[in-house]
Write a protein that binds this ligand. Structure first.
Ligand SMILES: N[C@@H](CCC(=O)N[C@@H](CS)C(=O)NCC(=O)O)C(=O)O
Length: 289
């Protein structure tokens, strides 16, 4: 029932297993939505509640619809090299929303960033009508809910929506520590073991993709947004880990190429060689030998 985490709780609904407690709670709230709502109906309040659920989970281990109207006052506190920020830019591009990107100099964070994200002090932050929304995938979900008249990212079927959230949660939970071991640790560390663990993770993700063009099926969606920024760094991971994705995860490479054909992706992913140079320079700045 839970081959990925092998942990309780697992809720089984219509024979479909659902794991990870914040995702189970949201599933319950969406399926039995006629009584005792758990999440607020207001979209901003909902994003805010999700932020705090996510924050609490990490510690222990009046927005108006503007469909059709030109949208004013959208800013992204951004960084070109950040995979988290890319997710937000891709989601906005999918929806065709214009916004102002404000590039942060992360070693010298702006007063605006500290004011808008006082909890984590990290980019990306979406500022919509003067209100901040933090945490990349919470922002993506918010974007999908506010501009719900076009290019849906989350599936409309509740079971499929929960499944998409499960995979995004897994990606967010695992990928950064795997990358840190391979790319952001001293060269003397065991890169072979780090590369093997990263490949094993991507093989699990590739298993979920299967033979589908995108994770949700025929259309580019929520899980694709969460994963595709890392495709921009595949060359970097291959170089550090001395392996080839084309050999290890060929379907994932084909998926990445397919995603790159979309303008929303190609305009927001870095050139693979520039991304690699960025990592080398940043390692130097951080004094990682
Ligand atoms: N879980 C966060 C991660 C955000 C994150 O790690 N942002 C990095 C850039 S990729 C950052 O702002 N780093 C600056 C710092 O940690 O001081 C999300 O998905 O938004």
């Amino acid at each position: 029932m839970n081959p990925v985490y092998k942990k309780v709780p697992v809720s089984v609904h219509k024979r479909n297993p659902i794991s990870e407690s914040p995702i189970i709670i949201q599933h319950i709230d969406e399926v039995w939505n006629h009584k005792s709502p758990l999440f607020p109906s207001d979209l901003y309040e909902r994003a805010h509640a999700r932020f705090w659920v996510d924050y609490v989970a990490k510690q222990s281990a009046d927005v108006k619809r503007e469909g059709g109207q030109p949208v004013q006052g959208i800013k992204v506190l951004d960084s070109w090299a950040s995979t988290a920020a890319m997710k937000v830019r891709i989601a906005l591009a999918e929806k065709g929303i214009e916004y102002e990107s404000m590039e942060e100099d992360l070693p010298h964070k702006s007063p605006l960033l500290l004011e808008m994200n006082p909890v984590h002090k990290r980019i990306p932050v979406l500022i919509h009508n003067g209100k901040p929304i933090c945490e990349s995938m919470i922002i993506v979900e918010y974007i999908d809910e506010v501009w719900n008249d076009r290019s849906p990212l989350l599936p409309s079927d509740v079971q499929e929506r929960t499944r998409a959230r499960f995979w995004v949660h897994l990606i967010d939970k695992k990928i950064y520590s795997l990358i840190r071991r391979l790319v952001w640790s001293p060269s003397s560390d065991n890169k072979k073991a780090a590369a093997e663990d990263l490949i094993e993770f991507f093989k699990v993700i590739e298993g979920e993709l299967g033979d589908k063009p995108y994770f949700g099926g025929e259309g580019f969606g929520f899980v694709d947004v969460a994963l595709v920024p890392f495709y921009g760094y595949f060359h970097t991971y291959e170089t550090f880990g001395n392996f080839r994705f084309a050999r290890e995860c060929p379907k994932l490479v084909e998926w990445g190429k397919r995603c790159l054909q979309k303008e929303s992706v190609s305009k927001n992913l870095p050139d693979p060689y520039k991304a690699y140079e960025f990592v080398l320079e940043h390692r130097k700045k951080l004094g990682i030998e």
